[in-house]
Ligand binder design. Structure first.
Ligand code: ARG
Length: 461
């Protein structure tokens, strides 16, 4: 059977392999709603501009509604011979409306049509991801407020560095997510121009009104260059780049959850809702959801690399290579969406072991910097010298097998005679975090204020 759409030029049907490699309906069926929305806006504009009759336009619009209804009801039969969603919809429209359906494709091409559909799809995806990222920020800020004063070790090089609060640690991710959302918003703003009416690549000789379709579809304006409109997928690359960065943030957090729930750390507990057992080792509680967030990040970054590679050598304008822009993007958005939901669930679910984290916060002489700062502040010592003196005191404690608070004043004065009893006021982990009141620092008062500010900025969702 020759192809229904371009059958005029071809006498026999495509070879089976040709059909298989050529068809995109297996995945671009997801554009059905966007495709029909775009077609309705297009035909309404064609009628307004006197290019098709109002009767034809009305019949087409009604037919398109019926097609969408059939797709949503699951009664629509997708055909691979019709290649893609655009031709599947149009062929069914012709069955419903008759030959008048053929007027829909006036002043349009599948090239601007697919560019439009994808932009609409990506715009929706961004809105959904942004909403989920906001929900995660809210969950983090709520937990942070609850544990604004829970002391835990802060690490650099994965070594105990200085005590911080659990709330402060969680709020770090709230800030990262704010930037992720900023990147989504930027991508959305730049993609929000309407390519429809660029036709195949050169524009059209019909007196169309591109401002009209752009406005009807919620775009800020029409795209200004027809070649660019059908040839670029930078809106996909930019969105996937934003998705990748967001996924990396989630992956780092997932890695921390994996560490925190080990019996060795035991900083937080996840309930049975977010752990799985082992089929052989009865004691195990595996943080599979966190591990999968870490793992799925690879897929998201893979999709970004995929689209970059597909596009890198393509001359203007459209090439069929660009059909490869979709599957990775669908997968990346779905993966990130799942990761956001899973991390949000884990944040709500997790219970920190405050006593355990606090005990661990003092390990590894984590208040040594506080001691050095005391020497600077109280004795007027230059910081470099204070660093050296503190090092000697840490060595004495380490040799004695105790922490800094466990030393006697005499032991400390053996290193620096002018140190007084007052030094003990800065050696505890609670005092340490309370003293970090600089803007952006970890003091519980700061954390509480920042968590509250976030919660009121985020609203109740
Ligand atoms: N299915 C195609 C795609 O996803 C639609 C555009 C086809 N355009 C063309 N000139 N064959 O890219």
């Amino acid at each position: 059977m020759s192809n229904k759409m371009w059958g005029g030029r071809f006498s026999s049907g495509p070879d089976a392999i040709m059909e298989e490699i050529n068809a995109s309906i297996g995945f671009d069926y997801r554009f059905a709603a966007q495709d029909i929305r775009g077609s309705k806006a297009h035909v309404a504009m064609l009628a307004e501009s006197g290019i098709v009759s109002h009767d034809d336009a009305q019949a087409i619009a009604r037919g398109l509604d019926q097609v969408l209804g059939e797709i949503e009801a699951g009664t629509f039969t997708f055909s691979r011979a019709l290649e893609d969603i655009h031709m599947n919809v149009e062929a069914r429209l012709a069955e419903i409306v008759g030959p008048g359906a053929g007027r829909l494709h006036t002043a349009r091409s599948r090239n601007d049509q697919v560019a439009l559909d994808f932009r609409l799809w990506v715009r929706d995806a961004i809105d959904q991801l942004d909403e989920q990222a906001e929900a995660l920020q809210r969950a983090l800020a709520e937990k942070a407020l609850e544990h604004a004063d829970a002391v835990m070790p802060g690490f650099t090089h994965m070594q105990s560095a200085q005590p911080v609060t659990f709330g402060h640690h969680l709020l770090a991710y709230v800030e990262m997510l704010a930037r992720d959302r900023g990147r989504f918003a930027d991508a959305r703003k730049r993609l929000n121009e309407c390519p429809l009416g660029s036709a195949a690549l050169a524009g059209t000789s019909f007196p169309i009104n591109r401002d009209r379709t752009a406005a009807a579809l919620g775009f800020d304006r029409p795209t200004a260059n027809s070649l660019d409109s059908v040839a670029d997928r930078d809106f996909v690359m930019e969105t996937l780049a934003a998705c990748s960065i967001c996924a990396i943030h989630l992956s780092r957090f997932a890695e921390e959850i994996v560490l925190w729930v080990t019996p060795q750390f035991a900083f937080v507990k996840l309930s049975d809702k977010f752990t799985t057992g082992s089929s052989i080792m009865p004691q195990k509680r595996n943080p599979d959801a966190a591990e999968l967030v870490r793992g799925k990040t690879g897929r998201v970054i893979g999709a970004l690399n995929g689209i970059l590679m597909v596009m890198k050598g393509l001359p203007l304008a459209y090439s069929k290579d660009m059909q490869e822009d979709k599957e990775g993007s669908f997968d990346a958005v779905q993966s990130l969406s799942l990761c956001l939901a899973a991390i949000t669930g884990m944040v709500r679910d997790m219970t920190p072991d405050r006593a355990r984290m606090k005990a661990s916060a003092g390990a590894g002489y984590a208040t040594a910097t506080d001691l050095a700062d005391w020497l600077v502040r109280t004795l007027g010592m230059p910081f470099r010298q204070a660093h050296h003196v503190t090092g000697s005191i840490v060595k004495i404690a380490s040799d004695a097998g105790c922490d800094l608070e466990g030393l006697t004043l005499a032991q400390i004065q053996a290193v620096e005679p002018s140190i007084t009893q007052d030094v003990f006021s800065v050696l505890g982990v609670d005092q340490s975090v309370r003293s970090r009141t600089s803007f952006g620092g970890t003091s519980p008062a700061n954390v509480e204020a920042r968590a509250k500010a976030w919660l009121s900025a985020l609203g109740t969702g």
